[in-house]
Ligand binder design. Structure first.
Ligand code: SF4
Length: 64
C-alpha cells in the first residue's frame, strides 16, 4: 500500500523516531540484503531523502 508523505508525517517521523526502513529491520544485512530475498530499494532510508517519495511499508518488517 502506498501512502503519500506529507509535512505532518515528516515532522512526526523525527519527533517519534519512527522506524520502518530495512536498516532498522532484523532481517536486513547490509552486505547480503534482505534475508527473505525481497527487493529492498523501496524500503531503504535513502529513498526517503526525497520528500515526495510515497511511503511503502514492508509487511515483514521486524524491528531490531
Ligand atoms: S523484511 Fe522488508 S523491511 Fe526487512 S529487510 Fe526485508 S525488505 Fe527490508
Amino acid at each position: 500500500m502506498k501512502v503519500e508523505q506529507d509535512e505532518r508525517f515528516r515532522e512526526q517521523r523525527e519527533r517519534f523516531r519512527l522506524k520502518w526502513n530495512c536498516e532498522d529491520c532484523v532481517l536486513f544485512d547490509p552486505a547480503k540484503g534482505c534475508a527473505h530475498g525481497f527487493p529492498t530499494h523501496r524500503h531503504r532510508k535513502s529513498r526517503y531523502d526525497d520528500p515526495s517519495a510515497a511511503l511503502l511499508f514492508c509487511k515483514d518488517f521486524e524491528l531490531t
